[in-house]
Design a protein around this ligand. Structure first.
Ligand code: PMP
Length: 391
């Protein structure tokens, strides 16, 4: 029985208060950019003209009509997915759970890029896997550390084959792994027979439109790629996909069928219809612009409030949803979250992204869905707590 009582994914909401709170906690997209009238017309036509298919059960395959939308998205980061290796999901969260159940045996160890998206850790734990931190250095996950760790684990009889990464605009740090590092990690994966689990919800949200070739673009045979429409379209449709080598795709398809029978035919059709009509470029550009602006408002405010050689340090995000703020000393940010909630601002303490549950001197700020005019006020409240003025 599953007895872990640690909060899984939704804990940030705990710290949110009433109407006046500025939330830098939950990682939600800014749906103001969606053309709701057009989507509404398309969905209504789908039901009117094809409702007996779109509202019926389907099969655990990506709908033919949705393939161009996926090929278009993945192609923007250098990948050319093979249609036979695509498995539909309700989003990357389901993909993570399916990977844990289909591609590993209970008790097996999965290496995890840390700090880690808590939903990944929770999924792997729920599948009965053991978690081990993937060694890192200033550039991110370290290939030599990966090799040593796998050999050490295998040396003491443990099975270790899966490696989880979120290499582009990572949740929670916003960091992106450079291409050389990607190649080096893939070389180790090749040498030791590893599979990299590439979780990539944010890859197309570079503020300047820049992209980095995905791991699956560089070595499709070594990578199980988790794609999602949640951040380039809308999370409420609960629609995503896995792109995997043939053997893994077969196992994942069987598992996703057990988990959900079939994907939502309506969601797949709605996304296919939107893409066929509008393509991705305009919508993704609008998302990028919205996040670029909010991120600049946040970093400007942080610079004003906490800049000038203070105790807090951060890297300017180049894309995605998140900014990772670190205390130069060892200050535990856990207790600060409660103090911040009292002041009407919320964030997620870094301990939430640790796989060992230890305290952390970092915290995650999400800028993606905060109303523009509230960002400076939110940062100002936050700074009062972080500087210790509130004590
Ligand atoms: N992976 C990462 C890194 C995420 O940040 C998220 C959502 N916040 C997910 C997976 C799950 O997203 P979804 O199920 O909506 O695709």
């Amino acid at each position: 029985m599953w007895t872990d009582t640690r909060p899984a994914v939704e804990m940030p909401r705990l710290f949110e208060r009433g109407g006046d709170t500025v939330s830098f906690a939950g990682g939600l997209p800014d749906l103001d950019v969606l053309p709701l009238d057009a989507i509404s017309r398309q969905m209504s036509a789908l039901v009117r003209l094809g409702g007996r298919v779109a509202l019926q059960y389907s099969t655990p395959h990506v709908a033919q009509a949705l393939l161009p939308a996926i090929v278009d998205l993945m192609g923007r980061e250098g990948a050319r997915p093979d249609a036979g290796g695509l498995v539909p999901t309700s989003g990357s969260q389901m993909g993570l759970m399916a990977v844990g159940l289909a591609l590993a045996v209970p008790g097996e160890t999965v290496l995890v890029q840390t700090p880690a998206y808590p939903g990944a850790a929770a999924a792997f734990r729920t599948a009965g896997l053991r978690l081990h931190a993937l060694p890192r250095d200033a550039r991110g996950p370290a290939p030599e550390g990966l090799r040593e760790t796998i050999l050490r684990l295998r040396g003491v009889g443990r099975t270790a084959r899966l490696v989880y990464c979120n290499p582009t605009f990572q949740n929670p740090t916003g960091a992106t792994l450079d291409v050389d590092r990607r190649r080096e990690l893939l070389a180790v994966a090749d040498e030791l027979g590893l599979l990299l689990i590439e979780d990539n919800p944010y890859g197309l949200l570079g503020f300047a439109g820049e992209t980095t070739d995905t791991l699956t673009a560089l070595a499709p045979e070594r990578v199980v790629y988790l794609g999602t429409f949640s951040k380039v379209f809308a999370p409420g449709l609960r629609c995503g996909w896995i792109a995997a080598p043939p053997e893994q795709a077969a196992a994942l398809r069987r598992t996703t069928e057990v988990m959900a029978l079939s994907p939502s035919a309506l969601a797949q059709a709605a996304i296919a219809a939107f893409h066929a009509r509008s393509g991705w470029t305009e919508l993704i550009d609008r998302y990028r612009a919205a996040y670029r602006e909010r991120c600049a408002l946040m970093t400007d405010a942080l610079e004003r409030e906490l800049g000038d050689g203070g105790q807090w340090t951060w890297q300017r995000p180049q894309g995605g949803f998140y900014l990772w703020l670190r205390h130069r000393g060892g200050l535990d940010t856990g207790p600060l979250a409660r103090a911040a909630a009292e002041r009407g601002v919320s964030f997620v303490p870094g301990s939430h992204f640790r796989i060992d549950g230890e305290p952390s001197n970092a915290l995650r700020l999400c800028f993606s869905h905060v109303p523009r005019e509230r960002i400076a006020a939110g940062v100002s409240r936050l700074a009062t707590v972080l500087r210790g003025d509130a004590a």
